[in-house]
Design a protein around this ligand. Structure first.
Ligand code: F0G
Length: 363
């Protein structure tokens, strides 16, 4: 048996990343996440379509952020930085804290007070970051981080840091390497808009290198109460149960619009109800536990399918054949156990005897 010694996205995709021999690589063996064929969703879509799920929750800290963080932290170390800083709805802070711990860097994170999921908060704390809860939302926290990192010798590791975008583009490389081409459509949740920017950059680079023959249509989804790009203006008080994407003024707004327009795709909204319904469906039918923000991509798939988008965007003269749709599942369900418990019925309490158990199991 061939044993592959996988060592993370920098090692695998070094030649497409801004890495030199002098870069001290800080890696937790991130990336190489599975692209899972979604049998239930594919069936739901009907003949001619195959749906795949890129399960980014299997990264070392449980979200896609690790792909960008390995590059951002390695470069920060190379450039002699001692302190890194980010604002976060949770996952960026978890990832920054872990990679900074491994690199021996101090990590400072600003989170919106009371608005990040418990799993993510636990991660930032256990990895030893200085966690400060700001009385304000993510956008306020990010503005503060931008200001501080401009004035002081502290490295910003939000996706405004171009190394984050570079690292995150490796997810599109992986998808293409598995499928042998780009998918026809890619569906992705949009918050601060760094990830849609990264994927699009990755696809374009692979196309230019001749590794793929086509580019996918990029389909982004924001939560209805936090949809500045769709509404066309910043949202002062963004609202959604999907706390990861509760963002009213995305840093990479224009790049997201460019990905949408250049690819002939769209950015649309899904309601919290649609997000929760996709969240439950993924767990119950596909066996995948994701956090609510991640379910926005599948909620988007179902919304577009209902309105006939995929069939409409096809040349009607030919029968639909082998169309591939990839939904990005950005973070693990264990990040936000409180939401799960609120969404699903609690276990029933029973007497400690077999009869009581059999009665519950039924026929
Ligand atoms: N899904 C999850 C699980 C996220 O944590 C995020 C962003 C997104 C989707 C959206 O990605 O911002 O690149 O458009 N989380 C950031 C954070 C904002 O601070 O952890 P995006």
């Amino acid at each position: 048996m061939k044993i592959i010694n996988y060592k993370g996205v920098i090692d695998r995709y070094k030649k497409y990343l801004p890495i030199t021999e002098r870069t001290p690589v800080i890696s937790l063996n991130e990336g190489n996440t599975p692209l899972i064929y979604a049998s239930y969703l594919s069936k739901l879509m009907g003949r001619g379509f195959a749906v795949y799920l890129k399960y980014e929750g299997l990264n070392p800290t449980g979200s896609f952020k690790d792909r960008g963080m390995t590059v951002a932290i390695s470069k920060a170390l190379e450039e002699g930085s001692k302190v890194v800083m980010c604002a976060s709805t949770g996952n960026t802070s978890a990832s920054a804290a872990a990679y900074a711990a491994k690199a021996g860097l101090k990590c400072v994170v600003l989170i919106p007070k009371g608005a990040i999921a418990l799993g993510k908060l636990s991660q930032a704390l256990i990895h030893g970051a200085l966690v400060l809860a700001v009385e304000g939302n993510f956008d306020t926290a990010l503005n503060l981080v931008r200001e501080i990192t401009r004035q002081y010798p502290i490295t910003l590791v939000n996706s405004l840091n171009p190394y984050r975008i570079e690292g995150q583009k490796t997810a599109s490389f992986e998808i293409c390497d598995v499928l042998g081409n780009a998918p026809d459509f890619q569906i992705i949740p949009v918050g601060n808009a760094g990830n849609i920017t990264s994927y699009w950059k990755g696809y374009k680079e692979y196309k230019e290198l001749g590794k793929i023959k086509r580019l996918p249509k990029m389909l982004g989804f924001q939560a209805e109460g936090a949809a500045p790009i769709v509404k066309g203006h910043p949202i002062k008080t963004p609202k959604t149960i999907a706390t990861a994407i509760r963002i009213g003024n995305p840093a990479s707004w224009q790049q997201a619009e460019r990905a949408r327009d250049e690819s002939g795709g769209l950015i649309d909204t899904v309601t919290d109800r649609e997000i929760l319904s996709a969240y439950k469906l993924l767990a119950a039918k596909e066996g995948l536990f994701v956090e609510p923000a991640s379910a926005a991509s599948v909620a988007g798939l179902l919304k577009l399918s209902r309105c006939g988008y995929f069939r409409k965007s096809h040349n009607t003269q030919h029968t639909i054949h082998n169309k591939k749709i990839v939904c990005i599942l950005t973070g693990h369900g264990l990040k936000d156990p409180e939401r799960t418990i609120k969404t699903i019925k609690s276990p029933k309490v029973i007497k400690p005897n077999i009869k009581a158990i059999l009665k519950e199991i039924g026929d």
